[in-house]
Design a protein around this ligand. Sequence first.
Ligand code: SF4
Length: 1094
Amino acid sequence: MVQLTITSAAGLAIAEYCRQKKARQDHDGQAKAFDLEELSKADIGSPIDHHDLLEISKYLVRNSKTSDEAVGPAAARAWRLDILLRGATVYQPPPPPKKEPTPEYKALMRRLRQQEEERQYERMINPVHPPETFGQRFPSAAYAFNPATSHGASAADEVDDVTYADVNRQMILIINVLISIITCSVFIWVAARRWSVPSRLGLSMSGSGLVAAAEVAIYMGYIRRLNDARQKEVKKVEQKEIVETWVLLSTLLRIKIATLMMAPTDYHHPYQPYDIQQQFMDAMYACIEDGNVGIFESPTGTGKSLSLICSSLTWLREHKRKEFDEGVAAIDVDDDEPDWMAEHARDARQREMRQMREDLEARLQSVREREDRARERHANVEPQHKRRKVALDAELTLAQEDEQYMLDEYESEDDRTKPGSGTKSEYSTETTKLMERLGMIQTKKQDSADVDIDELKVFFCSRTHSQLSQFVGELQRVKLPPGMPPEPNATAPSDDTQAPEPVKQLSLGSRKNLCINPKVTKLGNQTAINERCIELQQSSTPAEHKCPFLPNKENEDLVLDFRDHALAKIRDIEDLANVGARLAICPYYASRPAIGQAEMVTLPYPLLLQKSARDALGISVKGHVVVIDEAHNLMNAIEGIYSTQISETQLRLARESLMVYLQRFRNRLKGSNRVYVTQVVRIIDSLLSFISTLGGVAATGGTLEPGQLLAGKAVDQVNLSKLVRYISDSKLARKVEGYASTVTAAQSVLTARTKAVQTTSDVPTLTHLQNFLMTLMNPSAEGRFFWSKEENTTIVRYMLLDPSEHFRDIVRDARAVILAGGTMSPMDDYKQQLFPYLTSLETFSCGHLIPAGNLLVRSIAADGEGALELNYKSRDTFTFTRIGKALLAIAPYVRGGLVVFMPSYGFLEQVAESWRSQSIAADLQKHKPIFWDSRAGSAEATFKAYSEAITAGQKGAVLLSVIGGKLSEGINFSDDLGRCVVVVGLPFPNLHTPEWKAKMQYIDSKAMARGEPKGKASREHAENVCMRSVNQAIGRVIRHKDDWASIILMDSRYTQQRIRAKLPGWMKESAPSDSPTNVQKVAEDVRGFFSRKG
Ligand code: SF4
């Protein structure tokens, strides 16, 4: 097959062919079927198969002959093949596209180019002296070759490019030849001295002539060989062999190394830090400096809090100094101004900035001194500050009390300004203006660039206020140099000699923690306090009923005074509430102006993790450092914050309460109130109707679609977003529940079960409904709806399956994010589940302070019966007996507390039943008294009894508890309370629940999108969740540097490398992979360990 180029005649023929074929719909029965669409697109010059052209030509010639007798023959001639081929050439396909060079080749070329550039640059800055030419060497010789003066015109035409070295070489060669000729002729002349003179002369001349000819021949041969070699070299394909490779350090790594080299040697730690603390602080400092996200693990008892404080605040103060210097250096004046002007401007700015800082410090110092004096005078009993007479509301009369539950008139206009958390419309105009001025609520101006002072700060976040209080206690010990460099002419030249500058710290909390209005705090629960507080500030509330502690025009100076008090000393949330009470100003609102000037803000999880809470408090983490402590719970906390649920019992309670309420206020409810309350009932009925369909279902849970929940009668006519706003704005939940609870105290209106829910719940059930409806309106793509039957009720819940998206804005805005905890292993899980979008994540796991001899870690993988794998299938009496016997082998050697963690309460109950039915429990009791944790019992009471038994007796005690249970987190098993901890089995979550199935599916779908095999990522996550709870439980036993304990992991799976890799770094060191795994051998090791400990 030959491909030809299409000529213009062929192009016309093709076009005509296509036209005719289309017109006739191909009734000619031609053998070959062309793709007419494709053919009609063929251009002149493009290829065509010569067979195709032949077919076309034949077709056109045949049809032309039959079509028109007059013009037919002429047309047929025009379509003849020889005409169509005239000017055509054999088509040469374009060369195939060049293959993409390999990355190695590209890297090599890049490197060579870079080297060449470097050489060029080197040549540019260090030019090589050009080689001296003959003309330069012999300048007068130029005259001899000057065309004007020389007779050798042809020589003068040549460019003088012969160098001195070339001439030198040629001269030496000629001289050599001459010397050898002369030497040869002299030699022959002397050797033939007996010959006649003419003979001698002839002989010596011919001899020297021969020598000369030989030398010339040799030289020419040499030159020819050189030329051949050069030509061969040119023809030869260059082969470059890689003889050495090297890696250029990435910019990040270079910065990091530089940072580590620059890392401070003094973190102002109140004690001499241990090596592991120093390493922790170095790594954290580098992580903050690089602006990275890092996970830091430091076991309990290794001074984690102080390490976190010292490294973050040392970085902060140093960064502030650097910024100060850079800010001053950046001040510039016009080019045409003299240097002294710039110098003067810099000095002025420096003075101004120093003055501002000194003013603040002086103000805070005076507050400190005042407080100290007050303390000396026992001013806490009778505060120095003149207490403002605060008139609280008189007690409400009964009639008023009834009236307070009446719903206010409600306007449902969409454009009506919404009262609510943190928005300024909830306050009177006067209050709003004042709060804006004091920076207590955000204004547009504050959102823009010219915000008030926003000091660089560290947001330190932990789970509970008690953890934050402990942290604040540690913070009080740290003394840091000022955040401003010493004045150039100051006498104190170094950090060490500068007086420390107190850290400006602020504790943030909710209204429940900070409210000082006794009439509001007595409500007890968070929601009620929030609602009541907002209600008391509304412009519709009479002045005498407003909260007297709320900032207003009269107490404006108190707000500023409070701000200074808050920053003057390091205080926990309780101290801050006391300051507010002493000054008679609301600490919840008055602490907001202090946020800008604080260097360290401590706050609990929900205030940081919830965007709405951050917005309400006016917190922005942009450019600041975020440190999250106890972060092993972080993913669960985020999922918990964004997950909602409501139970059938709660729905019934809400409905019954609404009915009770309507009986009393039905006739008084008008307009919008009546419409919306009816809609709430309709929604509840729809949810209950869905739940009733689950009654006959054998399953105990499953997933559901949001539409299933809202399939009730006329529910599609309800505008959910308006309804949710109504429930919130009208305080319907609080009013309905408040009224219902007052009447049910006297009448038995509600059912016993719903009353139980009402009395135990902290949040009104209608608020649960409101939260659930909010999620229902706008569920995020990372969550799913589920239902499950639990404890005689059915629960519908929305669960967030992926916490990463909700944490992403913090990671994006903050300069650096540090997640810290005592047991963060296995850390891979954070990478996959919390930061899948990050390309780099720093991890640091530090060892323990205890010496190696203070810890014994062993796995029990087998006993006399064989391998011991305690999976779900092997839960039977035989297995429970084997577990009991293994404990009986170890218990006699353990002095002090023996803590046994089982995988679940169900497992523990089965074990207890089995052991009691045999003699195992009794046999164990002979060695030590046994204490059982239980689902229903009080964990505190059990722990107290266990501790007392250890303190009182010589034998110690056994505590049987559950991983992830009430005694596995937050309880301290230091010293004798935990000399041996045994973890029985691997506490995998129940992967058969609808929630876990959905979660596993979700994780797998994301992993498969990344190209990972199905099932790998979800299995990994389940193992990580399991091992995190194991690590958390065993981390309870070593609590300080002198503590010692043994850790026994009872399950053959603990010997697998994959599982071992998920243990904390400090434990792995004490668990060599070749250590014995048989019960008897492990018991021997335990005996040896305790005998070594005396
Ligand atoms: S303004 Fe402050 S003190 Fe008054 S009710 Fe609200 S939180 Fe409590």
